[in-house]
Design a protein around this ligand. Structure first.
Ligand code: HAM
Length: 416
């Protein structure tokens, strides 16, 4: 067997101890913060009908054109592994009707994009995201930005930068596209091949192209908000005012357009210098989607968990912030009768909330002690036939090797 046999497929990872304790910490603290903002959890399937994503995200986006894991199931239906959470959440909300018109939802879990793997870019990655339903409202946009700021602070991440821009209303799209095309037309020949294609297909994406030859042209373009209606510009000004009220510092980045078509009005990305080339730890914005004739409005974001952990590692070192493995009490038995009674005790202690283990294979005392040590036991409880007859246990402190006899009735108090 080749060594590849034991590896997950490229761009996907096993998440194991001790790293997994970090994941749990991130998830647990997120849940606490979501509770403060009165968001509730939603868990949608990992697999959806393909059109859930193609319609909401947009046919000409990179995610839909190049990055989705799409296949036909046995019934000939086209299915897709979710590349993001928003469209799936909105699919649910659309089906739920008016009841969810102002729902505040959060989710965490794996997403899949068939991108070329590199540092910070995975094919299976994990997002923690929120979606707050409701009509456009600048204060609501500011509130979810504040929520992200609080999350980053809770995890001990400083130095993140919030880049903000507006995409305006859907009614502005035509005028933004025409305005951009007009200004770009004289430079078409010097744009990259990607951007020449996007000029017709999705000209907005030319604005945030990473190609140096495009950037040379784009840097002289006016902010896209210049092609928008006064109403859109006023909305954006109010978002900025609300953020100022909340003392949240942001940088307006007129080149930021985001790669998903559902956005309207406010869009943002949070970057961190510790991340390198893929420097966005979170992306979000206000959106409008149509599902079977229903129009849904909301605002939300998604943070990449792998990237949060990369930042923490850079800021604090590989194991910093890892909660220590909670100590487990090991029970060591000598003889069959003690084994049976200890097994029952194991069960009873766990019912009392005490974490404990026992070697179940009936090995020698030496082997059991070795196992306890390997398992990180701080204390070991030894009981053989003799202790059983006397109604006591021997409690051994692994750190200094001291041991003492403890009466059965004092046991729980001594170890908890
Ligand atoms: P997104 O910008 O595509 O937005 O992704 C959000 C975050 O997911 C990124 O900032 C990054 O941290 C992480 N991420 C994305 N792709 C990868 C990857 N290949 N490997 C590792 N991490 C990745 C969305 O997905 C929107 N649904 C966000 C949203 C929610 N907008 C409104 N509501």
């Amino acid at each position: 067997m080749s060594s590849d046999t034991f590896q997950p497929i490229q761009g996907m990872s096993d998440i194991v101890p001790p790293e997994v304790f970090q994941w749990q910490r991130i998830e647990e603290t997120s849940r606490k913060v979501f509770r403060l903002y009165d968001f509730e959890e939603i868990r949608t399937p990992i697999l959806e009908r393909t059109e859930v994503f193609t319609r909401a995200i947009g046919d000409t986006t990179d995610v839909v054109q190049k990055e989705m894991y799409t296949f036909e199931d046995r019934g000939g239906r086209s299915l897709t592994l979710r590349p993001e959470g928003t469209a799936a959440v909105m699919r649910h909300v659309a089906g739920a009707g008016q009841d969810m018109a102002s729902a505040r939802l959060y989710y965490m879990g794996p997403m899949f994009r068939s991108e070329r793997p590199q540092a910070g870019r995975r094919r299976q990655f994990h997002q923690i995201g929120v979606e707050a339903l409701g009509e456009p409202n600048p204060a609501a946009d500011a509130e979810v930005i504040a929520l992200q700021v609080q999350l980053l602070k809770t995890w001990g991440i400083s130095g993140a930068q919030i880049h903000l821009n507006t995409r305006g209303l859907p009614e502005d799209r035509e005028s933004v596209r025409n305005g951009l095309r007009e200004l770009l037309r004289p430079h078409l020949a010097s744009l990259s091949e990607d951007s020449r294609r996007r000029y017709d297909e999705n000209v907005l994406r030319v604005v945030d192209s990473k190609h140096p030859e495009d950037q040379a042209v784009v840097k002289d373009l006016p902010p896209i908000s210049e092609f928008m209606s006064q109403a859109s510009r006023d909305y954006f000004a109010e978002v900025l005012a609300r953020l100022k009220d909340l003392r949240i510092q942001v940088a307006v980045n007129p080149r930021l357009v985001r790669g998903l078509d559902y956005y309207i009005h406010t869009v943002w990305e949070i970057t961190h210098p510790a991340l390198g080339a893929q420097d966005s730890v979170s992306g979000g914005g206000r959106y409008r989607m149509q599902f079977d004739g229903r129009t849904l409005d909301g605002v939300g974001f998604a943070l990449g968990v792998e990237r949060i952990l990369m930042i923490l590692e850079k800021l604090k070192g590989p194991t910093a912030g890892l909660p220590p493995k909670p100590p487990v009490l090991w029970i060591v038995s000598l003889g069959d009768k003690a084994f049976a009674d200890n097994l029952r005790l194991l069960h009873e202690l766990r019912a009392l909330g005490i974490a404990c283990r026992m070697d179940l294979s009936g090995r020698s005392m030496k082997a059991q002690m070795r196992n306890a040590q390997k398992g990180g036991a701080r204390q070991v409880l030894i009981r053989g036939e003799d202790e059983l007859a006397r109604g006591i246990f021997v409690l051994k402190e692994m750190e200094h090797g001291s041991q003492e006899e403890v009466a059965f009735q004092d046991l729980v108090q001594r170890i908890s």
